[in-house]
Design a protein around this ligand. Structure first.
Ligand SMILES: [Zn+2]
Length: 427
């Protein structure tokens, strides 16, 4: 049995000022230091806060290989961003590139305290078996938790995409989950949606919805309906599907998403970076939609996105009161709820019976900390200057004193080598 002692413990619900935690792969006991009775292996957490490992609920692992890429880029709209950047990159990814982008992205995530991700993958040179490749890197080698899917679209051989999503479904474990991936309405014809709907049964889908106005216009012009109505007309809005972005949905679409028990993954940092607008949180909240937070593959430190979500929504809704720290906590909790249900485990609380996925972050406060104000310290102090000192997943220490406990230099070197090969192919 391992223990961390003399530490502040916070899980977005309860706060212990000077406590301990005992764990193996699951948390077995927590309490105040007065009741600590010893353990075989003890880490002193003085000066730090222990919190659940972070989640990123919509990301693209392959985007790791876009960093520093130098290609002609002069987008006038969102479609140009896809055509000039993302579709050029994903088209040239083969199996080795997928593996090393996943390795390097996973390494960055763990160092940033992100222990669970929901990925949306595309790779033009390798479809069959690629989700196993990602799973080998992220879940099996690095020990993270991840939910995978392949972005089915008319850009790739349709049947191959469908087969890969369905084949991978059998690989569930407490580290690996699956969904049925689709790129977006604007890259899927009527025939394609029909084929998908015949194939997926009750698999939840993971798809970009109304990220930009381009997707919305395409749908009205070609099919004379909204995107959510279009997907629903093919019976694709299975329970617990993730509709990413939903920047430009209307009231009827919000109502339908709620009725079908789907989640909305919002990605405000990515939306601002692409200048596509921001989702209307009042609308989402008004219909009781469960929102998750993703970063759309834009880096790995999700606390930046936690903060950006709060700032962006206050600005979007025109009031400093329209998006509170409690709203932020609700979105964070929804992420744990979704991933816990998908992987059939308990994540997101520091309580006995929950998986031992947690981070230890140094925090030296200029003001007193107590049960009433801890959330303010987390948001404006811890999230603002976020660098976990230790990270555990399933009770296994992954980061110790800011360093990964396993050797990664050769993996990162291989990633740089593979990225340069991909860049040469696309130039
Ligand atoms: Zn995305």
């Amino acid at each position: 049995m391992k223990a961390i002692i003399n530490i502040k413990i916070y899980d977005y619900k309860s706060y212990i000022d000077n406590g301990y935690i005992k764990f193996n792969s699951e948390i077995t006991e927590i309490g105040d230091m007065e009741s600590f009775s010893g353990a075989e292996e003890v880490v002193d957490g003085r000066g730090c806060i222990l919190m659940p490992g972070m989640t990123n609920c919509h990301t693209h692992i392959y985007s790791a290989f876009a960093r520093g890429m130098n290609i002609p880029f002069n987008p006038k709209n969102f479609t140009d961003i896809l055509e000039q950047l993302w579709w050029k990159l994903d088209k040239q990814l083969d199996q080795t590139a997928a593996y090393y982008s996943a390795m390097s992205y996973g390494i960055d995530c763990i160092k940033s305290g992100v222990t669970s991700i929901i990925d949306h993958h595309a790779s033009g040179l390798c479809i069959e078996g690629v989700l196993d490749t990602l799973n080998d890197a992220v879940s099996k080698s690095l020990g993270m938790r991840s939910i995978y899917c392949f972005e089915t679209s008319d850009r790739f051989p349709l049947e191959e995409c469908i087969r890969e999503n369905i084949r991978f479904r059998g690989n569930g474990s407490e580290h690996t989950g699956s969904m049925f991936g689709m790129h977006a309405s604007m890259s899927l014809s009527s025939d394609s949606l029909k084929r998908i709907s015949e194939s997926i049964g009750d698999m939840p889908v993971h798809i970009h919805v109304a990220e930009s106005i381009d997707d919305v216009r395409d749908c009205y012009q070609s099919y004379n309906k909204s995107i959510v109505e279009r997907l629903d007309s093919y019976g694709l809005l299975n329970k617990n599907s993730i509709l990413a972005h939903c920047v430009h949905i209307n009231e009827e679409e919000a109502a339908l998403i709620a009725e079908r028990c789907c989640y909305v993954a919002i990605n405000p940092t990515s939306n601002m970076n692409n200048a596509v607008g921001l989702p209307n949180y009042d609308l989402l909240r008004g219909y009781g939609l469960r929102c998750l937070l993703g970063n759309d593959g834009l880096g790995s430190n999700i606390t930046r996105d936690y903060l950006n979500l709060m700032f962006a929504m206050k600005n979007r809704l025109g009031s400093p009161n329209k998006f509170s720290m409690e709203d932020l906590v609700q979105v964070i909790r929804n992420g744990y709820e979704f991933i816990s249900a998908s992987l059939n485990i308990k994540l997101g609380k520091i309580e006995a019976g929950y998986k031992a996925d947690f981070i230890v972050v140094p925090y030296d406060s200029p003001t007193p900390i107590n049960e009433e104000n801890i959330l303010g310290h987390i948001v404006f102090g811890v999230f603002d200057s976020f660098k976990p000192k230790h990270v555990w997943i399933s009770g296994k220490q992954m980061v110790k004193d800011y360093k990964l406990v396993f050797e990664v230099e050769s993996e990162m070197e291989a990633a740089r080598h593979e990225a340069s090969k991909v860049w040469r192919r696309l130039n």
